[in-house]
Design a protein around this ligand. Structure first.
Ligand SMILES: NC(=O)c1ccc[n+]([C@@H]2O[C@H](COP(=O)([O-])OP(=O)(O)OC[C@H]3O[C@@H](n4cnc5c(N)ncnc54)[C@H](OP(=O)(O)O)[C@@H]3O)[C@@H](O)[C@H]2O)c1
Length: 249
């Protein structure tokens, strides 16, 4: 998909990876619609990039569908949907409230499904590209982040299944699998990132990989690329993977 002139809807655009994606795609000549909850951060991003903005709380049932309908009413089409908005939570599973678990599942999984369902008819007609920002947590599982990892695994499998289903419909599907990225994500989830390795990457690295995935129709991109190694070890040598994961976390 050509980025120049494409109408691109980016969720979670008010911060971190989403804001970097808006800057990267606006620079490439896309007509970006930046969606998020924080009006001030979105207004600053719009002033810097020329992106249009839309306010939405994707935890609300139906919010994904509403957002897609508002964008289609204003821009007539969505060529690329970047499902990036996400929320984390870290701690023992038993200490997690139902409300927080619901919020994670709503923002990380239900809203992308609603958005995708709403933009897909137009994309099947004209062609398009669906991008899902997953997580290495969804590929490997992480102790202390069970619901977050499950929401991302669900998103990942949704995307991979759609890719199969849409193979003949001119709609491409990409999953972006980041590792640790230097954004407010960790503070917001209530537990800062404390490990010395792997070192957090700048969100611009993810934005560059995501733009390349759209331009070159890549099914999946890991950021950084070496993250495919633990995923491969887990697939081929699961007992060894469990041993290593137990030792090094
Ligand atoms: N940072 C990492 O290490 C990392 C690693 C792997 C995957 N990821 C994934 O990357 C994506 C972006 O995360 P980030 O690191 O850029 O985190 P971030 O800086 O905290 O940004 C999260 C974005 O999601 C939006 N969001 C959260 N709850 C929302 C809601 N209820 N309704 C609408 N928007 C909502 C936020 O909007 P407001 O600011 O307007 O509230 C914000 O724009 C997420 O899906 C995350 O799971 C991050």
């Amino acid at each position: 998909m050509r980025l120049t002139g494409a109408v691109v809807l980016v969720t979670g655009a008010s911060s971190g990876i989403g804001a970097a994606v808006v800057r990267r795609l606006a620079h490439a000549g896309s007509q970006v619609v930046a969606a998020g909850r924080d009006p001030e951060r979105l207004a600053r991003l719009s002033a810097d990039t020329g992106a249009a903005t839309m306010l939405t709380d994707l935890a609300r049932p139906g919010a994904g569908r509403d957002l897609a309908e508002r964008v289609l009413a204003r821009h007539a089409r969505v060529d690329v949907l970047v499902n990036n908005a996400g929320v984390g939570w870290a701690g023992p599973f038993g200490g997690m409230s139902d409300a927080v678990a619901d919020e994670l599942l709503a923002v990380n999984l239900r809203a992308p499904i609603e958005l995708t369902r709403a933009v897909l008819p137009g994309m099947c007609h004209r062609g398009g590209h669906l991008v899902f920002v997953g997580s290495i947590a969804g590929r490997l599982g992480v102790g202390g982040e069970a619901v977050y990892a499950a929401s991302k695994a669900g998103l990942d499998t949704f995307a991979q299944s759609l890719r199969m289903e849409l193979a003949r419909r001119r709609v491409a599907v990409s999953v972006v699998v980041p590792g640790v990225v230097d954004t407010p994500f960790f503070l917001r989830r209530g537990q800062p990132y404390r490990r010395s390795r792997p070192r957090p990457l700048p969100p611009e690295r993810v934005a560059d990989a995501l733009a390349a995935a759209i331009a070159r129709d890549r099914a999946e991109v890991y950021v950084p690329g070496w993250l495919r190694l633990p995923v491969a070890v887990r697939a081929v040598l699961p007992a060894m993977y469990r041993h290593l994961a137990g030792r090094f976390g």
